[in-house]
Design a protein around this ligand. Structure first.
Ligand code: PLP
Length: 392
């Protein structure tokens, strides 16, 4: 590993800072996967069944990150069981639109457009402008759904989960599948099942965030026919159809008139090592409680806070086991916070903290990516860099 690239990530599960630490057992599972060759379709089917078991879905699929999961979810909703349409993507057939609240548009929805979807926005995010209180309403989704609608996208984040059931009911009334982007919604572990229980047809999770899997993994879970379509569009299918016999619970070949060429998702392929690693991460995630995860992260915050003088620090989410505990350090002005952020990043190794629009004069220490041995380094870095006395 290049020493020049090394840094300490106290900012959270950011992909550009190399994501979260692997859960215990993941690396071992990846090494064990090297011992022999496997049939990738059987491996995918087995992993998919385990994802289905963990989520309560009919079926599941390991994807190359949540972003690839969105691409495949869109590809499945655009092409359904039609192999010719799979081959044509990103050129779409009659189903070409994905409806989404304007307030939920974000950089990751490029993955849906990559599969060929045209995004149709509904609602007005009045609260963002401070100009009102309404966002996208159920009737607005209903008005936008029609014969060209391939799917509806709902981007889950803490605070909007309760809205899903109502939107899902609109989608169901129009027989249009609803895709939930829940990439960053784990933990709490209950969210593995929650969105599907609330009516999602497909849900996407990142494997490289707090699930603790390899950074390039994710999970797609949901309706069997849609997951099968997604699988057909990402598997390597360079073989005659007579030699392709996937488990029927994973891909029921009686639904298709042929095999697609490599699908639009083949550009986001997975190796056996990543799949094995993600399965170990999922097992570990299910074996640890939300309370245990929270207690561990809280102890990291407390061990760092102990080294810093009061009163400019506070631990957020101390009593909320569903949210990550964070250490907020107040520098009294946004300019001072920026200056301290820069100084921490010029240390060797650089220390990255996060900023939050909620408290622009503060830096936020997120404990989830810190290794045990990082804690002492962060304590020393903060003590060296923080202004003294604390009331300047
Ligand atoms: C992180 C994130 C993604 C992308 O997840 P990857 O696993 O990095 O591809 C997609 N959507 C949302 C909302 C995210 O937070």
């Amino acid at each position: 590993m290049s020493p020049a690239a090394r840094l300490i990530n106290a900012a959270g599960t950011l992909t550009r800072l190399s994501g979260a630490p692997l859960a215990p057992g993941v690396l071992e599972a990846m090494i064990a996967a090297e011992r022999f060759a496997v049939d990738m379709v059987e491996l995918h089917a087995d992993a998919g069944a385990r994802i289905a078991g963990a989520t309560g879905a009919e079926s599941g699929l390991v994807t190359a990150g949540a972003s690839a999961g969105l691409l495949l979810a869109a590809a499945a909703c655009l092409a359904r069981d039609d192999v010719a349409r799979m081959n044509a993507l990103p050129r779409t057939g009659p189903l070409r639109e994905i409806v989404v609240a304007r307030s939920q548009r974000n950089g990751y929805d490029h993955a849906l457009r990559t599969a060929g979807a045209r995004l149709v926005e509904v609602g007005l995010p009045d609260p963002a402008a401070g100009a009102g209180t309404r966002d996208a309403e159920p009737w607005e989704y209903a008005a936008a759904l029609g014969p060209r609608s391939a799917a509806l996208l709902f981007v889950a984040r803490p605070g909007n989960h309760d809205a899903l059931a109502e939107v899902a009911a609109v989608a169901r009334a129009h027989a249009v599948p609803i895709i939930v982007d829940a990439a960053a919604e784990l933990p709490p572990a209950a969210n593995l099942r929650r969105f599907l229980a609330d009516g999602a047809d497909l849900v996407v999770f990142s494997g490289g965030k707090l699930l603790g899997g390899p950074a390039g993994t994710g999970m797609l879970a949901g309706r069997r026919d849609l997951v099968a379509s997604a699988a057909l569009q990402c598997l390597d299918l360079d073989l005659p159809i007579s030699e392709f016999s996937p488990p029927a619970g994973f891909i029921d070949m009686s639904r298709y008139r042929g095999l697609p060429r490599h699908g639009v998702g083949r550009a986001a392929k997975l190796g056996k090592h990543e799949i094995a690693g993600l399965m170990a991460a999922l097992d570990h995630f299910l074996s640890v409680s939300d309370a245990q995860r929270h207690a561990h992260w809280l102890s990291v915050c407390d061990r760092i806070a102990d080294a810093l003088p009061e009163p400019r620090i506070r631990v957020v989410n101390r009593d909320n086991p569903d949210r990550i505990p964070l250490l907020e350090i107040d520098f009294s002005s946004p300019a001072k916070a920026c200056e301290m952020d820069c100084r921490l990043r010029t240390l060797s190794p650089p220390v990255h903290l996060a900023k939050t629009p909620r408290a622009p004069s503060s830096l936020v220490l997120n404990p989830v990516c810190l290794r045990n041995e990082d804690i002492a380094v962060v304590r020393t870095a903060l003590r060296a860099v923080l202004p003294r006395p604390w009331d300047t």
